[in-house]
Design a protein around this ligand. Structure first.
Ligand SMILES: NC(=O)c1ccc[n+]([C@@H]2O[C@H](COP(=O)([O-])OP(=O)(O)OC[C@H]3O[C@@H](n4cnc5c(N)ncnc54)[C@H](O)[C@@H]3O)[C@@H](O)[C@H]2O)c1
Ligand SMILES: [Zn+2]
Length: 361
C-alpha cells in the first residue's frame, strides 16, 4: 500500500503525517520533502534504539541521543541531558531534532526542540500506538513537575510526523491495548465507522496486520488533525479529545500513576462519562453498552473495586482542565458525537463512579 498522507493545517504551521509500513526506510526523502534542515539529530531511548535503531541509520550520521523513557524521566533533568548533547554536538539553527520513541520521548525531546536556541526544527517518529495516534500530533510538548503531570510545556508543531506501524510489532500487549483505548475515544467522539471497525477487525488488530493497523491509525490521525487544525490551542473544539480524561486523570493521580497505563484510565473515564450521560438521559443505554462491550472485548482492565469514590472526585477538582472553577465534562450523546457540559454535580459523578465499580466513600 502507498503511504497515507494526512495534512495538519494548524494556524502556526502546516505539516503532514505520513503513515505506512516501510516509511522508516524512506525517512531521508520524507525529511527532505518536509525541508527538514540537514543536520539531523535523533533522540530516542535505549529500549527503542536497540529494537529499531538500525532502521533509522540512514537518516542521520550523528550518534543518537539516548535518554531513559519511563514516565518518571519525563522531567526537566532529562530535557537538560538533551540540551547537553545538542550543545556538545554544536547543534545550531540549521539542525533538526527527530524524536524516535513513545509519548514520553516525543513530549520531552519535543520540549527540548521547542526551547533549544528558542526553537529548532522538530520531527516526530512515534513508536507506540498511543504516540502514533495521539501524542505526536497537535504540538503539545512538555514535561511533568513533582506536583503534577504535564505542568511545564509549550505548543510547538513539528515539521512532519512519520508513522511506521510495523514498529508496533515489538510493543508489549498491554501498551498496545492502552493505545487502542484512545482509538476507541476517537470513535466515540467523532466516528461511528472507526468505532465499528475496531470491533470488526479486533483479531487482525491484535495480529498487528499491517494494513489494518495503518487504516485505524490513519483514521485516528485524521480525526485528531481535523480537531487541532480547527482549535490548535484548545480554546474550544479540541476539548472533545478530553473525553474520558476527566475521570481518567483523576484515577491516574489517585493511584500515583502506578496502577494504570494512561489509556486504561481513559477507558474507565469513558465508561464514567457514558454512565453520566445515560443518567442524564442524553445517551441511550444500548450505546453505553456497546462502548462497555468493546472495551471489555480488548481484555481486562486493572481493578478499581478497592478505590474510594471520594478521593477521585477530589482529584477531579484539581485537574488543570478546570476552567474558572467549573469542571467541563465531555459527555457522549451517541456513538460518534459528544457535548460539553459544565454543570455536573459531585453527586452525579459519585453515582457514575460507583456504577463502573468503585467503592462508596
Ligand atoms: N503531547 C500530547 O498531546 C500527548 C497526548 C497523549 C499522551 N501524551 C503523553 O505520552 C506519554 C505516554 O506515552 P506512551 O504511552 O507512548 O508511553 P512511553 O513513551 O512511556 O512508552 C511506553 C513503553 O513502550 C516502550 N516502547 C516504545 N516504543 C516501543 C516499540 N516500538 N516496541 C517496544 N517497546 C516500545 C518504551 O520504551 C516504554 O517503556 C505520557 O507522558 C503522556 O502524558 C502526550
Ligand atoms: Zn489521552
Amino acid at each position: 500500500m502507498e503511504p497515507l498522507r494526512i495534512d495538519v493545517p494548524t494556524p502556526s504551521r502546516h505539516y503532514a503525517i505520513t503513515i505506512g509500513n516501510g516509511t522508516l526506510e524512506q525517512l531521508t526523502s520524507t525529511l527532505d520533502a518536509a525541508a527538514a534542515p540537514r543536520r539531523r539529530f535523533v533522540v530516542s531511548s535505549p529500549t527503542v534504539w536497540k529494537l529499531h535503531g538500525e532502521r533509522f541509520a540512514a537518516a542521520t550520521s550523528a550518534e543518537p541521543i539516548l535518554v531513559p523513557d519511563g514516565e518518571r524521566y519525563k522531567q526537566l533533568a532529562t530535557v537538560a541531558r538533551v540540551y547537553d548533547a545538542l550543545i556538545r554536538a554544536n547543534a545550531d539553527r540549521a539542525s533538526t531534532l527527530i524524536t524516535f520513541g513513545g509519548g514520553v520521548i516525543g513530549d520531552l525531546a519535543g520540549f527540548a526542540a521547542a526551547s533549544y536556541l528558542r526553537g529548532i526544527a522538530l520531527v516526530h517518529v512515534p513508536t507506540t500506538l498511543l504516540a502514533q495516534v495521539d501524542s505526536a500530533i497537535g504540538g503539545k510538548v512538555g514535561v511533568n513537575h513533582p506536583l503534577g503531570k504535564n505542568l511545564i510545556g509549550a505548543f510547538y508543531q513539528p515539521l512532519a510526523v512519520i508513522v511506521d506501524p510495523s514498529v508496533l510489532g515489538t510493543l508489549v500487549r498491554r501498551e498496545f491495548r492502552a493505545g487502542l483505548y484512545e482509538v476507541i475515544k476517537y470513535g466515540m467522539t467523532s466516528s461511528p465507522s472507526l468505532f465499528a471497525r475496531i470491533g470488526q477487525s479486533r483479531k487482525k488488530i491484535f495480529a498487528k496486520d499491517p494494513d489494518t493497523l495503518a487504516a485505524i491509525i490513519g483514521e485516528s490521525c485524521r480525526i485528531k488533525a481535523d480537531v487541532v487544525a480547527a482549535d490548535e490551542k484548545e480554546a474550544g473544539l479540541r476539548r472533545i479529545l478530553n473525553f474520558g480524561h476527566t475521570a481518567g486523570h483523576a484515577l491516574e493521580a489517585v493511584t500515583k500513576y502506578r496502577r494504570f497505563r494512561h489509556g486504561e484510565a481513559v477507558a474507565y473515564g469513558m465508561l464514567v462519562a457514558a454512565e453520566l450521560a445515560v443518567a442524564r438521559g442524553i445517551l441511550a443505554d444500548d450505546h453505553r453498552q456497546s462502548l462497555a462491550s468493546l472495551i471489555a472485548s480488548l481484555g481486562p482492565l486493572p481493578a478499581v473495586a478497592d478505590l474510594e469514590v471520594g478521593p477521585i472526585v477530589e482529584a477531579m477538582q484539581h485537574d488543570k482542565k478546570m476552567v474558572a472553577g467549573t469542571l467541563h465534562f465531555v459527555l457522549p450523546t451517541t456513538i460518534g458525537a459528544t457535548t460539553i457540559v459544565n454543570d455536573v454535580s459531585t453527586d452525579e459523578i459519585r453515582r457514575a463512579l460507583e456504577s463502573v465499580g468503585l467503592k462508596k466513600g
